[in-house]
Ligand binder design. Sequence first.
Ligand code: ACO
Length: 431
Amino acid sequence: MSKSVTLTDKATGKDYNFPVLSGSVGPDVIDVRKLYTDTGFFTYDPGYTSTGACKSAITYIDGDQGILLHRGYAIEDLAEKSDFMEVAYLILKGELPNGEQKKQFDRDITLHTMLHEQINRFFSGFRRDAHPMAVMCGVVGALSAFYHDSLDIADPHQRMIASYRLIAKMPTIAAMAYKYSIGQPFMYPQNNLPYADNFLQMTFGVPCEPYKVNPVLAKAMDRIFILHADHEQNASTSTVRLSGSSGANPFACIAAGIATLWGPAHGGANEAVLKMLAEIGHKDRIPEFIKRVKDKNEGVRLMGFGHRVYKNYDPRAKVMAKTCQEVLGELGIKNDPLLDIAVELERIALQDEYFVSKKLYPNVDFYSGIILKAMGFPTAMFTALFALARTVGWIAQWNEMIEDPEQKIGRPRQLYTGPAHRPFVPLDKRA
Ligand code: ACO
């Protein structure tokens, strides 16, 4: 029997029935599409805490259990047994590739790693001290001015070319944003290198000497990309979908996603974590800091803790903590003061009634900043790396939205609280 719920308007005594839809796993949803036409009411849900805006078969999160699945595969398995290109294929196409498909995909992506030479000149329009996210927003948006042959979003082939281009070019753009900020020449991609290795080469290599990729660091980089590849309908992904719902081109939509990711409540958090750890400065000052976090008047948050969906340990944070130990071990960093503070902060917070009762656990950003700093990335680049990896999720969700027969332009409603209609007062009659 199909499920439904009944809404009773107590003022009129009228009952309204709404169908309940079930996904493959996870909570059922009430289909309120006819709510306004049937009842004259809208729903009010700022922050969309109770609103599902689309159907999606890409990523599943059970926030209470701390589960994250991409196309049904657990993030822990993907991080341990797969590589970023394979995960990108999975997220984009729905299945893990076989050997032949993987080889072809790797090849297809590497074919698109270079930028149009004219885009290189685009960079010199930015100030050297521009934030890499500002540069990425601008340059990714500008891709739509260069690749006209992949802008027809009604053509599945063009959509796929645009998707490949974005996945392939993001490391090149992110590395160039970094090189530009430090005044070093841009490094061209080397298509004989795997994706993460190539990114490290473009970021840390220089044209005057050979760059040898450290395999432990390349593996860690690849894993960090996997952990950030997609995360369901978060703020930046929803932005990409909303922008795309108007028929905007994919490069412009991804630029909108980058803008949203930049905020400290979203992708900017790993940068904020490092700033916070540096401000705390020493383990002895943690209790004083925790006291400030718990005092609402102070307006201080424990960055890297808490999540809209996870009310348990973020499964990505566990993998990240392990990767952090591996990277610091490889680099021979025995006593990293920031890591010491982070470990102690986590230990104290996980026992503290404030954090326990609010179900605040470490999220993916808590340890990622420490790893990236140890690898040599400046803090301003952290969110740029997140954007690079999340491009896979954004573009897969954008494709899914366009292929969805139920897709409509996104258009939320509002609870209007301004003045009702009033007569216009001419300027000379106003008080
Ligand atoms: N430190 C202290 N208190 C917190 C924190 C935190 N990090 N996060 C939430 N709380 C408290 C809030 O003060 C609130 O308390 P109250 O009920 O007494 O008012 C309660 O927990 C619920 O918090 P909300 O802000 O309503 O939760 P929301 O789901 O809107 O926010 C968010 C989630 C933005 C991630 C929040 O936890 C936060 O600001 N965390 C720090 C920033 C961060 O690490 N962001 C990265 C998120 S992961 C990502 O984007 C990759």
